[in-house]
Design a protein. Sequence first.
Length: 208
Amino acid sequence: MQAVLPRLRFDDAFIEAPSRSFEGAIESLWMEVGFGGGEHARALAAANPAIGLIACEVFENGICSILSALVPDDGTEDVPALPPNLRLWDQDARGLLARLPPASLSRLYLMFPDPWPKSRHVKRRFMHPENIALAARAVKPGGLWRIATDDPTYQAWTADVLAAQHAFDVPPPATLRPEDWPPTRYEAKALLAGRPCLYWSLIRRSGS
């Protein structure tokens, strides 16, 4: 956490020009909200070296998981080369979405978010009208927002929230994960337990 996170953390100094925070030129900027253990973010960055990915997670366990995967504990103090196209944001993703330049993201990911099942927790769900507006501000026209969840309550809630907005085109969700969409450990647990997953691929409309 002390040695590696500062090297990967997305710096506020680049908020107006986020592409400058990455090593070398990037073709587009992607963002993942709540990366959990980090396997999906690592796979995205590895499979798409021309993009810059900002992976967001507020929970320390998740930060430790991704750092442990990137820096194996082999008994040495040497830090290996880190992904040049990956940056971490360890604060609330909503704050970053609100501050990035408008239409700066080509892709946004929301993977298996906490369902917050109790009624008093509904406002904590990322899938919320206020956050739809933040996503619409940050994603460029024609950009892609991918959402996945196995929770029936969250699936129904997502469908209702998306039906009430006009910033994104919403094709019917897929029941099988698209081939270019990396798996996650949570998804594997859900499928093993017999919980069907839904995968939305939203397209940002122009002029909305």
